[in-house]
Every structure is written in structure tokens, then in C-alpha cells.
Design a protein around this ligand. Structure first.
Ligand code: ADP
Ligand code: ZN
Length: 216
């Protein structure tokens, strides 16, 4: 099964992808992760993407589509896909349908993780990522000392805050989501592929139970 996860920044797409991969063995492709890797490695795509990411703007379609095409060509897609952060506008959705069509595949479901904006802002400002394994964690509710000492619960690696996870950038990311990505809800709804999950519970596993229910 090939799934697109929709939802604003901080809606929980990455965290739910971790659960889905662990339980069903699908391949998780996060364009945000691929871009951050490209930035860290200073590849041509990474150099082009960096300023857009820091501003909370979308990286140009040709950069993303190039990265995705390469990823599809070099990956085993036979266990199914979870697409997280892609497509992010109608042009990308149309391009995705074409790329999959060439591979004899298609999107089966688009799942909207529906999360209110006030929760999103709070989550993003307290989100931390593991430098070693990419695990997504949070320092929500911790005092400053505990937050500073926070290490990855999965591998003990160093947890860092993404360059774009700050209040200044987050409002623009929400605006960009509303303007460019939210129309995809309609795009997939018209194809009878849309399902909606409540993303507001603060316990991620609770969201996952609801998500599994719509997959069945
Ligand atoms: P979030 O979902 O929390 O906003 P992501 O990790 O998905 O974060 O994306 C981080 C940034 O990477 C985005 O703000 C954007 O600049 C860029 N990006 C990721 N995916 C895409 C995409 N499909 N198209 C354009 N830009 C993208
Ligand atoms: Zn880790």
C-alpha cells in the first residue's frame, strides 16, 4: 500500500511514519529529511534548498522532483511507501502520479493528520531530532536543565533543534501549508482516497491507533 501523509508542520507525520514503518515495514520517504541530509552534505540540491527551508518557504519543484525521482529509482518500493512532506502542492501531486504510473504503481490512500494550529506551534518549538538515528522527540513540559540533558531515547544520540523549528518561521510554514498544500485535501478527496485522523492527542500512540483504524 502506498500512502501520502498530509497535515501541517508539526502535525505528527514524521512520528506516525516511524510507527507505520515499525509495524508494517513500509519504506518511509520524508522530503524534509532528504533535504536536511542534502544540506548537511552540501550537495547541489542542498545548497539550492537551504535558504527556502530557513524561511519556511517551499523548495522549488524541480529540486524536489529531482530528489524524488532519484529516490524512487534507487529504492525497493515493493513493501509499499509512506510519503511524508511530499507532495506539497498540486504540481507535485500530478508529477508524483506520473512517476508512480511509470513504475506501475499508484497512491492508494492520503491520510490527513488534522491538528489545530495552537498545538502545532507548541509542538514545533519543543521538538528535537536525533543526530544519529533521526528519531523525533520532544522537550515539552521539561525544565531547562532536563531539556539540555535530553538524549535520544532510542540510541542515546545527541538531540538537536532543527534550524527552522522556531516561532519566527513556523507561522510562515503554516501559511504556506494553508495556501499550497491544503488544496491537496480536495485533490485526493476527489479521487476517493482521502481519510482523516485526529492529530490532537498528545500521546502519539493514540493517534496511531486511529490511523491504523482508517487503514483497515
Ligand atoms: P514540516 O512538515 O515540519 O514543515 P519538513 O521536514 O517536512 O517539515 O520540511 C521542512 C522544509 O523542507 C519545508 O519548510 C520546505 O522548505 C522543505 N520541503 C520539504 N518537503 C518539500 C516539498 N515536497 N516541496 C518543497 N519544499 C519541501
Ligand atoms: Zn537516536
Amino acid at each position: 500500500m502506498n500512502i501520502v501523509l498530509l497535515g501541517g508542520p508539526g502535525a505528527g507525520k514524521g512520528t506516525q511514519s516511524e510507527f507505520l514503518t515499525a509495524e508494517f515495514g513500509m519504506l518511509h520517504i520524508s522530503t524534509g529529511d532528504l533535504l536536511r541530509e542534502a544540506v548537511a552534505n552540501q550537495t547541489e540540491a542542498g545548497v539550492k534548498a537551504k535558504s527556502f527551508m530557513d524561511a519556511g518557504e517551499l523548495v522549488p519543484d524541480e529540486v524536489i522532483l529531482g530528489i524524488m525521482q532519484e529516490k524512487f529509482e534507487t529504492s525497493d518500493l515493493s513493501n509499499g511507501l509512506i510519503l511524508d512532506g511530499f507532495p506539497r502542492n498540486t504540481e507535485q501531486a500530478i508529477a508524483l502520479d506520473k512517476m508512480l504510473d511509470c513504475l506501475g504503481a499508484q497512491i492508494d490512500k492520503a491520510i490527513l493528520i488534522d491538528t489545530p494550529n495552537d498545538i502545532i506551534i507548541q509542538r514545533i518549538c519543543s521538538r528535537r531530532m536525533c543526530k544519529s538515528c533521526g528519531h523525533i522527540g520532544s522537550v515539552l513540559g521539561m525544565n531547562a536543565e532536563d531539556a539540555a540533558a535530553y538524549v535520544c531515547p532510542d540510541c542515546g544520540g545527541e538531540m538537536y533543534q532543527r534550524d527552522d523549528d522556531n516561532e519566527a518561521t513556523v507561522q510562515n510554514r503554516i501559511d504556506v501549508y494553508m495556501e499550497k498544500t491544503a488544496p491537496l485535501i480536495d485533490y485526493y478527496s476527489k479521487q476517493n482516497k482521502l481519510a482523516k485522523v485526529d492529530g490532537s492527542p498528545s500521546v502519539p500512540k493514540e493517534v496511531f491507533e486511529n490511523l491504523k483504524a482508517v487503514l483497515e
